[in-house]
Design a protein around this ligand. Sequence first.
Ligand code: HEC
Length: 250
Amino acid sequence: MRTSIRLPAVCAALLLALPLAAVAEDEGNLPHADNDIRNTASLQRGARNFMNYCSGCHSAQFVRFNRIGTDLGISEDELKANLMFTAEHSFETIKSALPPADGRKWFGNAPPDLSLIARSRGTDYLFAFLTGFYADPARPTGVNNAVLPGTAMPHVLADLQGVQTAVFTATAAGENSAIPAIERFTLASPGTLTPEKYEEFVRDTVNFLDYMGEPVQVKRRDLGVWVILFLLVFTGFAFLLKREYFRDIH
Ligand code: HEC
């Protein structure tokens, strides 16, 4: 008799666990990337940005061009003309133009594969990383980064963003002189994009990185709603069935 109450309890526990899972994804004090994975135009722009500005150094070895084509509504010809700089056939994955050994030799650190980077770092972090380069003459690349201090990645988007300098908080040196806190950035020399347009550029790029981390996530979320609805309806039926079975015993 005891087992009969378990199913509704399990369903209720599953429903309660959903908000907790969302809290676990919270990324601290970083500003929100606010990318919209359902915005196909933004994903198309992100794919273009990625292939033009990132694939020279970074691969995405789990992502095939034809999958991008199907998901983002890009035809085979458009793929070939606009995105496939590192591949001949659309069934190939995104390879970097730079062999990893050379990356290590030139930068000190090999540029990582970016297929799953949105899942390991989170979109807010990626947004902060790509907007967080600032001039630092002490670094070999001439720049440092707010969220990845001492990064080996050069500011490859400096033409677009321009070069910003960091204003550090006055108290930081006393608290922890190794990692001074950055209060804000000032744009020392502007790039070809306005700050708002640059943020849009980065948001589209992060959106595409998010998509690459789990291409099926839009479908998964849509399906998830139906699964939960099914479980709720099923719980009702299971309860009615239980009542029917136990009618004579009570
Ligand atoms: C000139 C080569 C080069 C290009 C082009 C480049 N990167 Fe990188 N990137 C690197 C290197 C080198 C690293 C390793 C940095 C480190 O470990 O400090 C890196 C690291 C990263 C990381 C990992 C950061 C972390 O927390 O570990 C991300 C994310 C990233 N790049 C995103 C991008 C994006 C997005 C673009 C395109 C807009 C891009 N990169 C273009 C060289 C490059």
